[in-house]
Write a protein that binds this ligand. Structure first.
Ligand SMILES: *Cc1c(COP(=O)(O)O)cnc(C)c1O
Length: 497
């Protein structure tokens, strides 16, 4: 069955998957959603005997129906190869009360690699299929991890350029060094004097800027996005939830058809939305436990039905979740509004103009599968220390937010359903925060000394992604205000490296 894509704010124009991937964001400002969510054709029991790449094909071919088998399989095999440091791609390990789905074994050691190692291949294939002749310019706002993962994926991919905007003072030292040392003649990094929401709003604005689009068109460029607003990011993320369930079956941890819960440390709501799509496809998931840090706008939303971004933006030790405008929530709002684009558009306009909106009682009733909570900075640090002392396993700060929220959920509900925690980054990416959580004595050490200390403590080799940046030269130094973003883009596109 053909799956088409339409905008959450639109009048119903339908695009093929490849067209939606190329565009990134709909012209009316909405996000593309599938007209219906396909179900799995192969049973989970059968899938439990398959490799990650095979599961990826089963899931993605259901969504991306205008890609041929040959095209999709080529994309998958180029994406999930030796760039990952384990053949399992996404191992599932049992620690304490939960199963940790390790999504950080790719090139940049955060879960963004799961989708961004395949997106460039999907996009160049889509461009070929649609005879797009313009050079594709990927504009990306990052809270720290997307930027590096997207550049690693797009570096030196012919016919593409990538420009990344990150909050200058809002990422970890390792995250910043990873980005500023990025190689590739088509990669550009810009530090923004603002927070992630400013960067993301600035990027979205450029997508709607008709005058800018015209200038670009004449110069032979077209914009697309590597953010999770692109359906080409979301679909590959559905794969690992299917794979996680299949892994539990394979390991004999659950019975066939047994319900599981998932906990996702959430920022832009892309990862947890992928889990929600996995359930629609047929994976028996009970609760979606949405974990926030001190930027707990989603927790408040699930409690009250009111989304309100009018609050102080907190800089935390889980910077990839420092977000107050959670873009992908729009896809869920659209759905619980009964796929009513106008109703959704009104709410999103409220958000843009007043900074808040409130959903109806009916819509609220449709959120029963979701549970929201948050972890403070202290609770996050405690979770890291406790799990380490109990099991020797060291998790990163984002995963620790999820772990801490999961403990709250268990205490509150007594629900002991088997639970998968999305482990979104390697502890090596947030070494300083992780080591400080374990013991105050590490405070005085340098960033790379800490890396070696963590390696000893966690009994894990230092990932290649970290070794590479130890001595790598800084290659980028652009800084701009949010207002200057369009100028910077034009300046970059007018130059060649
Ligand atoms: C991006 C990111 C998140 C948040 O994921 P969303 O899909 O934006 O909700 C959580 N943890 C890490 C490490 C990330 O990089």
């Amino acid at each position: 069955m053909q799956v088409l894509y339409k905008s959450t704010r639109g009048t119903g124009e339908e695009l093929t998957a490849s067209q939606a991937i190329l565009k990134g964001l709909a012209e009316d400002g909405g996000l593309f959603v599938p007209t219906s969510i396909p179900v799995l054709e192969t049973s989970l029991e059968e899938l439990s005997q398959k490799s990650y790449q095979e599961v990826a094909y089963e899931v993605m071919s259901r969504f991306l129906t205008d890609f041929t088998e040959e095209e999709l399989k080529a994309c998958i095999s180029k994406a999930y190869d030796e760039k990952f440091d384990t053949r399992e791609i996404a191992p599932l390990v049992q620690k304490g009360d939960a199963y940790y789905l390790e999504l950080f074994h790719g090139a940049t050691i955060a879960f963004k690699d799961m989708a961004l190692s395949i997106l460039p291949h999907l996009m160049t294939t889509a461009a070929k299929k649609n005879h797009a002749e313009k050079e594709i310019v990927i504009l990306t706002a990052t809270s720290g991890d997307t930027g590096k993962a997207a550049m690693a994926g797009f570096a030196d991919v012919p016919g593409t350029r990538i420009i990344v905007f990150y909050p200058k003072n809002g990422v970890s030292p390792i995250q910043e060094k990873q980005m500023l040392t990025q190689k590739g003649a088509n990669t550009y990094v810009v530090g923004i004097t603002g927070n992630f929401d400013d960067a993301q709003t600035g990027v979205k604005k450029m997508f709607h800027d008709k005058a800018l689009a015209e200038k670009l068109d004449q110069a032979g460029f077209q914009f697309s996005s590597a953010n999770s607003i692109n359906i080409g990011r979301l679909v590959p993320q559905v794969v690992y939830y299917v794979y996680a369930y299949a892994s539990l079956l394979r390991q004999g941890q659950i019975q066939n058809k047994e319900t599981i819960n998932v906990v996702v440390p959430t920022g832009n709501f892309g990862n947890i939305l992928a889990a929600y799509y996995a359930k629609q496809m047929g994976v028996p998931i009970g609760k979606f436990i949405c974990a926030s840090n001190e930027n707990k706008v989603l927790y408040d939303f699930f409690c009250t039905g009111c989304y309100d971004r009018n609050r102080e933006f907190m800089l935390t030790n889980s910077p990839s979740m420092d977000i107050l405008i959670s873009s992908n929530l729009e896809r869920l709002i659209y759905r619980i509004a009964g796929n009513d684009a106008e109703k959704n558009r009104n709410l999103m306009e409220n958000l843009a103009q007043k900074g808040h909106y409130e959903i109806t009682e009916d819509m609220k009733a449709a959120l029963g599968e979701f549970y929201g909570n948050y972890a403070s900075e202290e609770e996050t640090a405690e979770a890291i220390k406790n799990l380490y002392e109990k099991t020797g396993y060291v998790m990163d700060t984002h995963t620790a937010v999820a772990s801490s929220v999961y403990e709250k959920y268990r205490k509150e509900t007594g629900d002991t359903t088997k639970t998968v925690i999305a482990s979104t980054a390697s502890p090596f990416k947030f070494t300083r925060s992780v080591m400080n959580a374990i013991d105050g004595k590490f405070e005085a050490m340098g960033d790379f000394e800490l890396v070696d200390e963590l390696s000893r403590l966690a009994k894990r080799a230092v990932p290649k992604a970290i070794e590479e940046i130890r001595t790598a030269p800084i290659l980028h130094n652009r800084i701009a205000s949010v207002e200057e973003m369009p100028e910077v883009v034009l300046e970059i596109l007018g130059s060649s490296k």
